[in-house]
Design a protein around this ligand. Structure first.
Ligand code: AHR
Length: 510
């Protein structure tokens, strides 16, 4: 008798774990545009991101334009990166921009105290970065120095980059060879002011923000979008104090940083990880949904019209540096685990498009969850690059609410939703649905109710691999890349998709 009950319980649990996931695509409720800027990137003076990454100098044997690698420019243009944040991170609050202009041979050096005490020669400065953004076709997002800078210094930087009329800083810019102002719209006022940016209280920082923001002037070239240094993870009090103390007219966005980390003191290898470590990383990646929801709810109290954006200007997976690399350089490989972090996180941002309007993956080249890795003349694209490229169809498209009832991915006694997704409609009327399955073993079939709409054309691409720990190396650069995907069909008004374990799929229906 006992055996029979146990048997039927087991059967029930097997059936449950294989039950179909369901979703409803609410096409008629689509109205919120997904701001393309949530697909932004981040380039800090850290390790080999700028020097020996983006920038090799104009005497390098590697093909370059004004010192910036051409292969990187081409790859990022294909990714349609909308914005690039620079020069930090923690570095930003040590950086004095006037040291990075004028004759390169005469520039003073700077010691990068946050990242390995490396001496930098300041050969990559404001002109180099802003002209690089022009080449990339993206908007620059400059992080101003509040921690060790001055109000005047930041006000001058704005004038130098944005003013065409006769004024001291436009004269100086012209002397340095740039006639026209670039017109920089996005400005961060400090970074992680609660930590490396000055260990401030939110009360003190809000006052400083008001002071700095007051002297950062608009110009005909750019109406400034000012971003307050935001909370770490679930520091909701930080957001509360900023929203309360800073007048809304002075605030374009409030930032928030969240990294998917196993444990800060024991991050583990980027490539050699167990399922337990994978599960913890995924739990941390899913936490983004709760963080964005709760920070948004606080912002709603002070800004119900949602004028102020939540800016997640640092996100991604963070592991131990690769063996043999300088641990301060944060150089890590990028596996299917990272592809899943990217797919899930971007789904979360898409679904919160009404409040999350700018975000930056940390970081772009050779640091943390990079989309590009370089080794001398070689360059590879990581699985995260390929996810960002597939998801670029959502940029500036109209978000379609996608209500998913997901099965659980179970590990030990804990569970997480196995499937995440988001959807949007682009200007041609094509609908894109992006889905992830984080389950390591179970394929997840999902039936998406199309709400009576009829579609005649469909196609899809998938990113997956033989092993979760697989990655693109300099020897096998194309091990993981998007391939055509056919395990889906439209039946009786539903789109049925069979997602293999640990996969990212993007479908197009029209
Ligand atoms: O992205 C690496 C570092 O992480 C940044 O410099 C800092 O802002 C954050 O703590």
């Amino acid at each position: 008798m006992k055996k029979a009950i146990l048997g039927s319980l087991l059967l029930a649990s097997v059936c449950l774990s294989n039950a179909q996931n369901t979703a409803i695509l609410k096409i008629d409720s689509a109205k919120q545009v997904i701001n393309k800027h949530i697909y932004g990137h981040f380039a800090e003076h850290l390790g080999r991101c700028i020097y020996d990454g983006f920038y090799v100098g104009d005497t390098s044997k590697i093909q370059n334009t004004a010192g910036v690698r051409n292969d990187i420019i081409d790859a990022l243009k294909k990714l349609k990166i909308p914005n690039l944040r620079w020069p930090g991170g923690c570095f930003a609050d040590t950086y004095h921009w006037k040291d990075g202009i004028g004759d390169k041979a005469k520039r003073p050096s700077i010691v990068n105290t946050n990242w390995g005490d490396v001496t930098e020669d300041n050969s990559f400065g404001t002109h180099d970065f802003l002209n690089m953004c022009k080449l990339l076709g993206c908007e620059p997002y400059l992080s101003g120095n509040v921690g060790s800078g001055t109000v005047q210094e930041l006000a001058d930087w704005v004038q130098y980059t944005n003013f065409d009329n006769v004024c001291p800083m436009s004269q100086l810019r012209k002397q340095n060879g740039q006639q026209q102002a670039w017109g920089v719209r996005y400005w961060g006022i400090g970074n992680e002011a609660w930590g490396c940016g000055g260990h401030m209280t939110p009360e003190h920082y809000s006052d400083l923000y008001r002071q700095y923001a007051t002297f950062m002037n608009n110009s005909p070239k750019a109406s400034l979008f000012k971003i307050a240094s935001g909370a770490s993870d679930n520091d909701y009090n930080w957001t509360e104090v900023l929203m309360k103390n800073i007048p809304k007219g002075m605030l374009g966005g409030v930032a928030m940083h969240h990294y998917s980390v196993i444990e800060w003191k024991k991050k583990g290898s980027a490539t050699n990880f167990t399922e337990a470590q994978y599960f913890t990383t995924m739990k941390s990646a899913w936490l983004m949904d709760e963080l964005v929801t709760k920070h948004s709810a606080i912002m709603d109290k002070y800004d119900p019209a949602k004028k102020v954006a939540l800016v997640v200007d640092e996100w991604g997976g963070w592991y131990d540096g690769e063996p043999g690399s300088n641990p301060h350089f944060l150089y890590q490989q990028n596996t299917m685990r990272d592809a899943l972090i990217a797919g899930m996180t971007l789904n979360i941002f898409n679904n919160h498009a009404e409040r999350v309007r700018l975000a930056n993956l940390a970081q772009c080249v050779n640091v943390l969850q990079a989309v590009i890795l370089t080794n001398k003349e070689k360059m590879i694209l990581t699985p995260t690059y390929h996810v960002m490229q597939l998801y670029s169809v959502h940029q500036n498209a109209t978000m379609i609410p996608l209500d998913i009832k997901s099965n659980n991915y179970q590990y030990g006694a804990e569970t997480l939703p196995a499937v995440s997704g988001s959807a949007s409609k682009d200007s041609t009327g094509a609908i894109h649905i992006s889905l992830t399955n984080i389950d390591t073993k179970v394929s997840q079939e999902i039936a998406i109710d199309l709400g009576g709409k009829v579609f005649s054309k469909s196609s899809a691409q998938i990113i997956t691999s033989g092993k979760l720990q697989d990655y693109n190396s300099f020897e096998t650069p194309d091990k993981i890349k998007p391939t055509p995907f056919t395990a889906f069909s439209i039946k009786q008004g539903s789109l049925i998709v069979k997602l293999p374990p640990f996969s990212v799929v993007v479908l197009e229906i029209k």
